[in-house]
Design a protein around this ligand. Structure first.
Ligand code: HEC
Ligand code: HEC
Length: 314
């Protein structure tokens, strides 16, 4: 191609738009799942992550591994296809991976079991079961084109600016009542479907909700999810809540006074230096209190950790 003036301009424009508005990864179209046995397994995996409780929940028709009515899709939105919505874009490319919570390397299947045990309050699925292979095959297919070990734009939760103050539980309650309670219920109980198997609106606390120690229980992670995905209908492009409101309501939901299933957390984060900034239980690799880790102000903790070369995962 001859680089006439017009082409130079269009090349410049392309590179500007790439840096200004980052092009997000877009997973392949479902129509492209191949025919045959491999395709059947991928389709089964998609069905499982979309309707988990019907297959593998307490009333599941294939097995009983999930311990409540939650399904993957309640958090990993649109069958794991939503940018900044806990998608599965690059998971297959990034595992096996070191995990601080266990203090060792986990395969993708073991990481899936983590979510079955914690948010779903259930028990591990056999790693060689058809269902586990199907879920991992679906994730692999969804990440077609993602380089091994890489992140792609839009695959993580979107950062928010952490306020220079601790989360305000009173304001969190106001936000909750105004923006969340209509679906998730006055007492965070959600709304079960008439079939009693899965939720129309999932619970946010109580014994039917996720365990403490689940990633959604950490205020910063929950706030990042909430800001760009809730109330239902918002996307990362048109959020409604401010960053402060997202932190306050995430703290309100995850207040440790709330009832949740009671897992044994004593074995979590065997190496103290791996404890995320908003993990709810000490000891910590820094001089800040449990209260400060739970509700903030997170900024001095992050700054201290950076200065002392300690991991700053949220
Ligand atoms: C209550 C919400 C919730 C439910 C339900 C849930 N997860 Fe998760 N899951 C999370 C959060 C939060 C993370 C952490 C993401 C992060 O660290 O940014 C996560 C992480 C993961 C990861 C690792 C992602 C990564 O980038 O390392 C996988 C894989 C996963 N979940 C699969 C599943 C599957 C499969 C199910 C259903 C069996 C499920 N999850 C159910 C909230 C949930
Ligand atoms: C219009 C109904 C609606 C409103 C309002 C709403 N949500 Fe949700 N929320 C949902 C649905 C539905 C899901 C599950 C997504 C799915 O299954 O596709 C969900 C999922 C969630 C989850 C992850 C699942 C879980 O059990 O933890 C969190 C956290 C959450 N919402 C928090 C909030 C917060 C905080 C607000 C208020 C700022 C809010 N939601 C407002 C309908 C709603």
């Amino acid at each position: 191609m001859k680089l006439c003036k017009k082409n130079v301009w269009s090349l410049l424009l392309i590179s500007v738009s790439l840096t200004a508005g980052e092009v997000l990864f877009s997973p392949p179209d479902e129509q492209t799942i191949p025919a045959g046995k491999t395709g059947d397994l991928i389709r089964y995996g998609k069905e499982l992550v979309t309707n988990f409780p019907y297959y593998l929940g307490p009333k599941g028709k294939v097995g009983h591994f999930g311990g409540n009515g939650l399904g993957c899709n309640n958090c990993h939105l649109d069958s794991g296809r939503r940018p900044y919505g806990l998608n599965y874009f690059s998971v297959h490319a990034r595992y096996p991976q070191y995990r601080g919570r266990e203090g060792k390397f986990l395969t993708l299947s073991q990481r899936v079991n983590n979510c079955i045990e914690r948010p779903l309050n259930g028990k591990k699925m056999p790693l060689d079961s058809k269902e586990m292979l199907a879920i991992v095959s679906y994730m692999k297919w969804l990440g077609t084109g993602v380089p091994t070990g890489a992140h792609v734009p839009g695959d993580e939760l979107k950062e928010i600016t952490l306020p220079n103050r601790a989360a305000d539980l009173n304001n969190g309650k106001v936000v909750y009542e105004n923006y969340c309670a209509s679906c998730h219920g006055k007492n965070g109980e959600g709304q079960i479907k008439p079939d009693g198997i899965a939720y129309t609106y999932p619970p946010l606390w109580g014994y039917m909700s996720y365990q403490p120690g689940s990633s959604m229980h950490r205020v910063i992670k929950a706030a990042q999810f909430i800001k760009y995905n809730m109330p239902l209908g918002v996307t990362w492009e048109n959020p409604i809540l401010t960053d402060e409101q997202a932190i306050d309501v995430a703290a309100y939901i995850n207040d440790d006074h709330r009832k949740r299933p009671k897992p044994n957390l004593t074995k979590e984060y065997p190496y103290i230096e791996d404890r995320p900034v908003s993990y709810h239980m000490g000891p910590y690799p820094d001089p800040f209190s449990q209260e400060e880790h739970k509700f903030g102000d997170y900024n001095p903790i992050i700054q201290w950790r950076k200065e002392h070369n300690v991991t700053t995962t949220y």
